[in-house]
Ligand binder design. Structure first.
Ligand SMILES: *Cc1c(COP(=O)(O)O)cnc(C)c1O
Length: 412
């Protein structure tokens, strides 16, 4: 469910017309719906109401300060993967005890920053990282709380680049090495093992891989208890998929119900790290057709949004639904929707049926709220897009469009 709908043939974001937004703020433009963000967060969080749990929104999906503030106001905790994200969430007013820190390559400076802030825990991905955290905590005369990210070796049946919980992936520790790592913490004075963690991938369209991972983790939990370890948290990561095209991902309540069944009587606080399922369908990217062009085999729509603005189609071959902003009622044609960047990989869609489009028309690229703006770059010296948040009939600029001066500011 989202709040991007046609009214009399014109696309609206909540109560604001998208052509008006494009006129006011230019294109390419990211448009987010506040109501959709809040609704997704609430639907997700309430699906686990029967469990002692903490929902930590995965900041990398959409890290705009206004988005973080909005979710923090709903009570969300945050899952971060860098010092930069820590800086953002603290600025957004998130309570430190609701922050978990994941990622394979935390630097000493970032660990120190997180200890100073007083985050809830680190999701540790290697023994080397554990030793580094112990060393930094010792220098600061404190004790760092840690979970190990356990790689349960399950196949999430998703794109290889976003599968993270298989034996071949760089993430986490396999179960055997994990046991050794937990044992090691007993000899380290400045770390305390408080939890278990896993994150097996993204855009999962079935809960079975989650449950398979959970089963393995619960067996492992028994081993830790036998060692006398006091484990309080079980972090099951993010990864619930969304509908980009015709996927039918499970509703969070299905996941919540299955978890509740498997966890009855087990005194663990559950941590969840949803990103895409909160942000994905809460945003669109609006782009204008600059030129149309045909050759004997293809029709092209050359638009002003490109792979630097939305890289998912180029990076993963992902599908994003595209539609006209003002419905034109013309017969459909097949198009490649491409950007102006000097790369053949610069496309938003290939072989896509759309009503015949002419220069100057606007297109909406749907499901662009997650891994859209956050993955954008300045490639080809393109200033990054503007981001706006619509809330009812009000519009807030969440990030100004970059200028040419911004492009060179750090080079002067
Ligand atoms: C990216 C990531 C998430 C969020 O994944 P989604 O598929 O967006 O829900 C959660 N946890 C970790 C550790 C991640 O790297």
């Amino acid at each position: 469910m989202h709040h991007f709908e046609y009214r009399d043939g014109t696309l609206f974001a909540e109560d604001v017309s998208v052509p008006d937004l494009a006129k006011e703020y230019g294109t390419p433009l990211y448009v987010y719906s506040a109501a959709t963000f809040k609704r997704h967060y609430k639907a997700f969080d309430s699906a686990f109401a029967g469990l002692d749990h903490l929902t930590c929104y995965s900041v990398k999906a959409n890290s705009n300060l206004s988005v973080l503030k909005m979710l923090a106001e709903q009570g969300a905790g945050m899952d971060i993967v860098s010092g930069g994200e820590l800086y953002r969430v603290l600025k957004a007013g998130v309570a430190p005890e609701k922050i978990v820190y994941s990622g394979v390559g935390k630097r000493a400076s970032e660990i120190k920053q997180a200890l100073e802030a007083g985050i809830l825990l680190f999701n540790v991905e290697s023994v080397a990282e554990l030793l580094k955290i112990n060393e930094v905590a010792k220098e600061m005369d404190t004790i760092a709380k840690v979970s190990f990210r356990i790689n349960p070796d399950v196949d999430p049946q998703t794109h290889p680049y976003i599968s993270t919980g298989m034996a071949k992936n760089k993430f986490g520790l396999d179960i055997d090495h994990s046991l050794a790592a937990y044992k090691m913490t007993a000899d380290l004075d400045h770390v305390e093992a408080v939890g278990m963690d896993c994150h097996i991938g993204s855009q999962l369209t079935s809960i079975d891989p989650f449950l398979e991972a959970l089963e393995k983790l619960l067996k492992f939990y028994e081993k830790l208890k036998d060692l006398g370890m006091d484990i309080k948290y079980l972090d099951l990561g993010g990864g619930l998929g969304i509908s980009y095209d015709d996927e039918e991902p499970p509703h969070p309540t299905e996941f919540g119900q299955a978890l509740a069944n498997m966890l009855t009587g087990i005194p663990l606080k559950i941590i969840l790290e949803p990103g895409r399922v909160i942000a994905g369908n809460a945003g669109i990217m609006v782009t204008e057709v600059v030129y149309t062009k045909s050759n004997p085999s293809k029709n092209f729509l050359i638009v002003d949004g490109a792979m630097n603005d939305l890289v998912r189609p180029s990076l993963y071959g992902s599908y994003h639904r595209i539609g006209e902003v003002v419905q034109n009622g013309r017969k459909t044609e097949e198009y490649d929707v491409v950007g102006p960047i000097c790369e053949s990989g610069d496309f938003l869609a290939r072989d896509r049926e759309l009503p015949r489009i002419v220069d100057g028309e606007l297109l909406a690229v749907y499901s662009a709220g997650a891994y859209g703006f956050t993955m954008s770059s300045n490639y080809n010296s393109r200033p990054r897009a503007c981001e706006v948040i619509v809330d009812g009939n009000t519009v807030k600029v969440a990030r100004q469009r970059e200028t040419y001066e911004d492009l060179i500011a750090k080079e002067l």
